[in-house]
Write a protein of this length. Sequence first.
Length: 68
Amino acid sequence: MFREIRKGLLCLLALGCVVTLSACGQGHSGKASQLTTVTVGGIGSDYQTWKHIATTPQAKKIGAQVGR
């Protein structure tokens, strides 16, 4: 009896995971449809931090720029 209940609960959990993951993937093409500009203000060390972040390979890959 306990094994049947446990098996049923595991099946419901697995089904819930499948539904959740499929819902999260709806409408996601894998690429951004448009570019977004983000403006961040900073003074002193904040600017240096963002300038450092902009020099990383990931930032260069997406074309991130830091300017004054």
